[in-house]
Design a binder for this molecule. Sequence first.
Ligand SMILES: [Zn+2]
Length: 155
Amino acid sequence: MILKNTDKNVEILISNELFKKLSTYGINEFPNEFGGFLIGYYSNDFKTLTISDTILPKVYTGTPCLFQRSIKGIQKSFKEFYERKPNQYYVGEWHTHPNGSTQYSSTDLQAMTNIVNCETVRITNPILLIISTNKTDVNNFRFYLYENGELLPFM
Ligand SMILES: [Zn+2]
């Protein structure tokens, strides 16, 4: 499927298969939040971002209204991934909102700001995907593009 961000004239491409995979990971943790890292690549003109994979955290806190992932123990996963697919890299984050909306929280916005300010991560426009789920299914989802302290939604 294709999602467009009209503010920035960029679009996101994600396969139904990968989206289903993320949703299933999330639903399996219901009623707690769950999520991970998004991997992908931009087209040559930087107008299309293809989300190609996810890496799941090994260390995380997931409660019904909070998800915090750590990068502990996943450096190896990233390294192996980059060796296998050198043109793909970390592009952002995803997490679920069990029985919640697809609106980001102030904690979510702060977490994205921290990522951009992190010196070891060289990324200025990370993506955030929020998937609202119930016990068995996806209610709704939304992608956001982080820019200068704001999260701009994709439609
Ligand atoms: Zn959230």
